[in-house]
Design a protein around this ligand. Structure first.
Ligand SMILES: Cc1cc2nc3c(=O)[nH]c(=O)nc-3n(C[C@H](O)[C@H](O)[C@H](O)COP(=O)(O)O)c2cc1C
Length: 407
């Protein structure tokens, strides 16, 4: 097939066709790579070789990763949550194979890429025929599996809504705002739609007892990595809810800065409203919502302050302007106007300059809170509001119990 005969790009309302179109582009780049291999011994790293190397690099360093992510984070999980019987058995058999192929192709690509880097700069003619052959062959086998089993199954099983969800996820991954999303907000703005009618069905993935790791913090880490990979909006933003001695709850968004076996850490002003409430009642609840993955994580437990050394480490890792802002702001306290805030900032800046030090001092009332978890719930949206919920509860002996609860 010549370049000009490649089919025009389909729209994202046909996401499976878009994935097939990506395969056509991969085939085209693989052909270029093979031509380059044949070209180099006769012509060296001439202008044509440099151009070919750059084109192949451009594709496999960006678009190919996005394409793999479409399959790993959307297509395959959606198929796994939709297929039943023989279809499900086939997806479960093929998925590990496909993921392993992605890994193998990525590692072959890293070697080829390091060669292409030098060819693109005109500095070398080295390109391993073995690596190229293995890379081409791996992709050919891989695309064959997907085109003969996965794509037809997706076309057969996915509802129109699932196709839309898949297409929109693929668009977001490419930095495109899905047209469907705009339409909903236009209607809402036009007043033609009631909030109660803004309903979305979920069908991206499933969550079973076997899918979840034994340790909920490790499971959180897995989902957090997937949220990062899926480029969800502000994956580290979480709602933190506290309740003071008056028994009245309040919530706000903060950014998680660290999580490990000790707990989930964020930084703030200890004299803020949340600080005062936590001093009165150390119990708090954290909530992550990753809509692009149709996932929610609820974490509850007791909160402790981080050590001064930990707070220092984070405080001094921030830009100096943020350090000065933390010094200048009595978080949550009323102030007359913006001008007074600016004046407080200028005063903090002047104090810092006058002190002649290399960094401002962290105020003792600014530092970290760590929520030590006692209960962690993982929620995966499913079709028709029949969602998956797996909850981990800390036992007296320090182990975690795992329990499915109803949607
Ligand atoms: C995306 C986002 C991230 C935020 N991150 C933090 C944070 O890490 N620490 C913090 O103190 N406030 C953060 N805030 C501001 C808080 O939501 C809140 O306004 C502030 O902490 C005061 O809350 P309080 O009066 O309830 O104590 C963030 C707000 C948003 C919207």
């Amino acid at each position: 097939m010549t370049d000009t005969l490649l089919a025009p790009a389909p729209d994202f309302d046909q996401p499976v066709a878009v994935l097939k179109h990506c395969h056509d582009k991969i085939r085209k780049q693989l052909k270029t790579l093979q031509s380059l291999l044949a070209h180099l011994p006769q012509h060296g790293a001439d202008a044509a070789a440099q151009q070919a190397a750059q084109a192949v690099q451009k594709y496999f360093n960006t678009a190919a990763h996005v394409h793999h992510a479409d399959e790993e984070l959307d297509l395959l999980p959606m198929l796994e949550s939709t297929a039943t019987g023989d279809d499900l058995a086939l997806v479960r058999r093929l998925k590990p194979e496909i993921l392993a192929q992605h890994e193998q192709m990525d590692s072959d690509w890293n070697i080829i890429n390091s060669h292409l880097e030098k060819i693109a700069a005109g500095n070398s003619t080295e390109l391993s025929a073995d690596n190229v052959a293995r890379f081409v062959q791996a992709y050919a086998g891989h695309m064959e599996i997907e085109e003969s089993h996965i794509a037809p199954m997706a076309k057969r099983l996915f509802s129109a809504t699932q196709m839309q969800v898949l297409g929109e996820a693929m668009q977001r991954r490419r930095g495109i705002v899905p047209a469907g999303a705009a339409k909903v907000s236009e209607k809402a703005v036009a007043g033609g739609i009631a909030l109660a009618d803004l309903r979305m069905d979920y069908g991206r993935a499933s969550l079973s007892e076997e899918d979840t790791l034994a340790d909920p913090v490790a499971q959180f880490g897995k989902w957090f990595d997937e949220a990062m990979k899926a480029q969800v909006n502000e994956p580290n933003a979480m709602s933190a809810s506290t309740v003071g001695s008056d028994g009245k709850p309040s919530s706000r968004i903060v950014l998680i800065k660290q999580f490990d076996e000790r707990g989930f850490t964020w930084y703030t002003n200890y004299r803020s409203q949340k600080g005062e409430q936590l001093a009165q009642n150390p119990h708090a609840a954290l909530l992550f919502f990753w809509p692009e993955l149709e996932r929610q994580v609820r974490i509850e437990g007791r909160v402790e302050t981080t050590s001064a050394a930990e707070s220092d480490k984070y405080f001094y890792s921030r830009p100096v302007k943020s350090q000065l802002a933390a010094i200048a702001s009595q978080q949550s306290a009323p102030i007359e106007g913006r001008a007074d805030m600016e004046a407080n900032y200028a005063a903090a800046e002047a104090d810092f300059a006058a002190a002649g030090g290399d960094r401002p001092q962290r105020p003792a009332h600014w530092g970290g809170y760590r929520l030590v978890p006692e209960r962690i719930e993982f929620w995966q949206g499913r079709a028709s509001r029949f969602h998956d919920r797996i909850v981990f509860t800390l036992q007296a002996d320090g182990s975690w119990s795992k329990q499915r609860i109803q949607p």
